[in-house]
Design a protein around this ligand. Structure first.
Ligand code: ADP
Ligand code: MG
Ligand code: ZN
Length: 613
């Protein structure tokens, strides 16, 4: 900001300097005309040396007949030029050959001639200042409106967004509709004694549409909607957060009924007095100011504060107290049907092939947020363009799912035949174990195209979104994770590093079963999970493990037991179906990718007996 100010001052200085230079180049100091006394003039006229006279007020400009030299002379005011000359003994005869011109003094030119030298510098200064201020306005604006909240009226947004543009999130919309109706008809609610809520906190993982939903409220509300991002509070000068907060609230109050939206409120609303090395004063003051302002609302002041955060866990408890953000709206990651709807919204303007089935894509994208899905469609469109297509096909979208989740395909990576074979058997192992288990999710895709750090992958996905998962399903997952490792061991009598991430994932999962879900028989239904408390450094450093060394070693034993059992199950399935393993691996080597239906057709021939893990 300040840099900009210096820049514009420098620029003005340079311009001034060059102007001066130019001026001095072109402006030649006029030769001082020679001055004649009136008697000298009279003598010259008598001698017939004068060609013309020009009389302007008291000044007489004389042009001589010979070289055209210029002289000036001065006469008395109030007396005519001819009269003056006559008094010097000049006769009318003498003047016959002299042109006499009388210049009217009240002319525009005369006025300008007098005024311009005085006005010009002033004009230049005014221009310069105007220039500096205009320059400064963009950047240094905030320096001049020190402490003023950088508050935006929501109409600033380019496109109006309404609830129609937000897919799913039914409950959240419901809740917010209520708020909108409070603001539209406050009397209806106040008359039966209902209190208008003060604050509504939108919480949910990143990309679930919090900001989007707030914008939709603005579109629906029909009341002024003010928007500011909490990170802006602390962005520029230290010490302005609090006064900006005050200004923002004042602005909203003046416009009441209105909505004030504070996005990313966790930027200032973090729990005070935690964190190492002392708190962040600026943040605390801003937060305190928000609390003060929210308390200061009159009972019937019709301002509703809407805030969004993806870290409700770190918010200061005081913010969540009744009378402040007493309403909370949770935005979850979209479920399968919501994903379908979001995909539809975001592909409205994109030409699609007939084969595009949003349901299938939704099935393949569990855990994707709304933002991920929007991005997915965009990636697919880019892929289609790169392929020279005019519309987006299902395969483009599948490809971009892989690109988004695993990184771009590395077709250029040179893989030796040996490595390809290992990868093929590894992935075939995962898929085979999965097919041989009762409680496993179906295989959606097997690939040995390397992506990111993965050599290949097997995609197991539930057919429906799940909110609960059983122990038998977990055990199946563990066995499937072991499938690659087991297949490599059986086929090559050797193990590669390719299984390392499988093993890591399996250990993590097994530990969760023991410590979080109480699924270990020995330790029973006890949770040793403290991860919810470990939300951030401040508390994490203080909190301990929460259980003894003895329990820790028991946990380790149980984790080991789970892993070993999974290994045994996987081994049983792979070693009793060597032909199926070979068939899958060979097909993979031939065509690199196996889609769900192809895989199911292939495996059917071997009449796999499904067991429980
Ligand atoms: P955040 O919760 O992090 O504030 P945003 O509201 O910024 O997330 O969402 C990012 C983008 O994701 C939106 O601009 C929109 O394109 C897309 N999006 C997220 N949720 C939805 C939804 N429910 N319906 C439609 N689009 C969504
Ligand atoms: Mg946001
Ligand atoms: Zn693997």
């Amino acid at each position: 900001m300040e840099k900009n100010l210096y820049k514009s001052i420098l620029r003005v200085a340079v311009i001034l300097f060059s102007l001066t230079l130019l001026f001095s180049l072109f402006y030649q100091i006029p030769q001082e005309p020679k001055v004649l006394t009136l008697s000298e003039l009279a003598t010259k006229i008598e001698a017939g040396e004068v060609k013309s006279l020009e009389v302007a007020g008291e000044e007489i400009t004389i042009v001589l007949a010979d070289g055209g030299d210029e002289y000036t002379s001065q006469k008395e005011g109030g007396v005519g030029a001819v009269e003056t000359l006559t008094s010097f003994g000049i006769s009318a005869e003498d003047l016959k050959n002299v042109d006499i011109k009388i210049v009217d003094q009240s002319g525009f030119l005369f006025v300008m001639g007098v005024l311009l030298p005085t006005l010009l510098p002033i004009l230049i200064f005014v221009l310069i200042f105007w220039f500096i201020f205009r320059q400064a306005k963009g950047g240094v604006n905030q320096a001049f409106t020190f402490g003023r909240a950088n508050i935006h009226l929501f109409t600033n947004f380019k496109e109006k967004i309404t609830f129609k543009d937000v897919a799913g999130l039914k409950e959240a919309k419901q809740e917010l509709l209520e708020i909108v109706s409070f603001l539209k008809e406050p009397k209806k609610y106040l008359s039966i004694g209902a209190k208008i809520p003060r604050g509504v906190l939108l919480m949910g993982p990143p990309g679930t549409g919090k900001t989007l939903l707030a914008r939709a409220v603005a579109g629906e509300a029909g009341v002024p909607f003010f928007h500011l991002s909490a990170s802006e509070f602390v962005e520029m000068f230290v010490g302005v957060g609090a006064s900006r907060t005050r200004d923002a609230f004042n602005t909203a109050k003046k416009a009441a009924p209105s909505i004030l939206f504070i996005d990313e409120i966790d930027a200032v609303g973090r729990e005070r007095g935690t964190g190492l090395g002392g708190g962040h004063d600026e943040r605390e003051q801003t937060l305190n100011q928000i609390l003060v302002e929210m308390d200061g609302f009159d009972r019937d002041s019709k301002v509703i504060v809407l805030a969004a955060t993806n870290r409700p866990d770190v918010l200061d408890q005081a913010l969540l107290r009744p009378g402040r953000f007493d309403r909370r709206v949770y935005l979850d990651l979209p479920d399968i049907r919501e994903r379908e709807a979001i995909l539809k919204i975001h592909s409205q303007k994109i030409p699609l092939d007939k084969d595009v089935d949003f349901k299938k894509i939704a099935t393949r994208t569990p855990g994707f947020s709304g933002a991920d899905l929007a991005n997915l469609i965009n990636e697919a469109a880019i892929l289609a363009v790169q392929e020279g297509k005019k519309s987006v096909g299902l395969q483009n979208i599948y490809d971009s799912v892989e690109k988004v989740t695993l990184g771009p395909a590395r077709k250029s990576r040179l893989v030796s035949d040996k490595e390809r074979k290992i990868t093929a058997y590894h992935e075939a192992g995962h898929a085979l174990v999965s097919a041989g288990l009762k409680h496993s999710d179906p295989v959606h895709k097997i690939s040995i195209v390397s992506r990111g750090s993965a050599g290949g992958y097997t995609l197991n996905l539930p057919t429906e979104d799940r909110h609960l998962k059983t122990k038998s399903q977990f055990l199946a997952d563990l066995a499937v994770a072991m499938g690659g490792y087991v297949a490599e061991g059986i086929q090559f009598k050797d193990i590669s590093t390719g299984a390392s991430s499988d093993l890591k994932e399996a250990s993590r999962l097994a530990r969760m079963l023991v410590t979080k879900f109480g699924m270990s028989e020995k330790l029973g239904p006890v949770s040793f999970d403290r991860s919810d408390d470990h939300v951030f450094l401040g508390r994490d450093m203080i909190a301990g493990k929460g259980y003894s060394e003895e329990v820790a070693s028991k946990i380790d034993n149980e984790v080991e037991l789970f892993i070993n059992n999974a290994f045994k199950t996987a081994k049983k399935i792979v070693s009793s179906n060597p032909k199926a393993l070979k068939a899958i691996a060979d097909t993979l080597l031939k065509q690199e990718v196996l889609e769900q239906d192809q895989f199911e057709k292939l495996i059917k021939k071997f009449g796999l007996k499904q067991i429980s893990a």
